[in-house]
Write a protein that binds this ligand. Structure first.
Ligand code: SF4
Ligand code: SF4
Length: 320
């Protein structure tokens, strides 16, 4: 039996919605098959008011052993570092987060807001939002760079906007069943099992990427979304084309560019008009290169690829 507590800060509840759609395993499987006891969750908990507060206090005192503390949303510090904009059970949420994190065996941040700050932490960041252990790329965040949960692991980050439900439940199961030792985290504390490959890995448009054939409109079934529509699949670490969404598809398969939501900088370009869904270029060359490709190499490669593209590359050949 592993006790799990889930709280929300500056959040839209998108990660909860995603979590409730998990399939392998499902949220119900966590309880019935993997012995996870959900102490409280904002959408699932039965307790209200003082009864919730009592659970939190017992977790902090150790009366209830807290195995997994899950946090969704940013840690809000406004105004002026007080956290008063986000009070919960009689005190700033940021104070609960600090105390519960210190009392827990494992701390898991779900979604881009809890991991790196996400959209709420964009400049000018009026809510003074932070992720649990990062603010964008900078390590530190609300809990500080040196934070480690009782297990000795730092915050386990499962980014995404939202995170794929199975990334969440599979990591929770690994931790709850004593297999946390199998987890290796990358420099941004993401489990490598999910975040070593790219969104592009497994994308059905890879042949079009290789021949520099462009998708020019959303939902178009031919072409690659990198050249015109700003797809960040070649530089975003995610398994979105390996672990499909709803077991069926992905953004890029459906003709929608990857926005890079699993990377600390998300959202990119400050969302200025004309910067999203559009490839930013200088003299016709994308500003952001596929990871590991330099600009000179890119120009040579794409010139050759374009010149050699077979006729079928311009056809609609998708069966998704
Ligand atoms: S659509 Fe995006 S992920 Fe797919 S091949 Fe093109 S750039 Fe890569
Ligand atoms: S395809 Fe890209 S933007 Fe969409 S969920 Fe995956 S990583 Fe995030």
């Amino acid at each position: 039996m592993a006790n799990l507590l889930w709280l929300q800060g500056g959040a839209c509840s998108g990660n909860t919605m995603s979590f409730l759609n998990a399939e392998e395993p499902s949220a119900c499987d966590l309880v019935t098959d993997f012995g996870i006891n959900i102490l409280w969750h904002p959408s699932l908990g039965l307790e209200l008011g003082d009864n919730v507060k009592a659970i939190l206090e017992k977790c902090i005192s150790g009366e209830i052993p807290l195995d997994i503390f899950v946090f969704e949303g940013t840690v809000i510090n406004a105004p002026n570092g007080t956290g008063e904009w986000n009070r919960f059970c009689g005190r700033p949420m940021k104070d609960w987060v600090k105390d519960l994190s210190a009392a827990s065996q494992f701390v898991v941040a779900i979604g881009d807001c809890a991991t790196y700050g996400g959209i709420p932490a964009m400049a000018p960041n009026p809510s003074e939002s932070q992720g649990l252990q990062f603010l964008k790329r900078a390590k530190g965040g609300s809990l500080g760079a040196g934070f480690k949960a009782k297990s000795g692991l730092p915050v386990i980050n499962i980014p995404g906007c939202p995170a794929h439900p199975d990334w969440v439940t599979q990591i929770v199961v690994a931790v709850a069943t004593g297999r946390a030792g199998d987890l290796t985290l990358d420099e941004f504390h993401r489990p490598k099992t999910f975040f070593s490959s790219f969104t592009q890995t497994g994308c059905t448009r890879n042949m079009h990427f290789a021949y520099k054939v462009s998708t020019t409109a959303f939902g178009q079934r031919k072409g690659c979304l990198f050249y015109d529509l700003g797809c960040r699949g070649p530089m975003t670490h995610s398994p979105c084309n390996r672990i499909l969404w709803n077991r069926h598809s992905s953004k890029t398969r459906a003709g929608m560019p990857c926005l890079g939501c699993t990377e600390p900088e998300f959202p990119f370009f400050d969302l200025n008009p004309g910067t999203v869904f559009k490839t930013q270029t200088v003299m016709g060359v994308p500003k952001d290169m596929p990871t590991g490709v330099d600009k000179v190499g890119y120009i040579k490669l794409t010139a050759a690829a374009k010149g050699m593209a077979p006729a079928w590359a311009e056809e609609d050949i998708f069966v998704v």
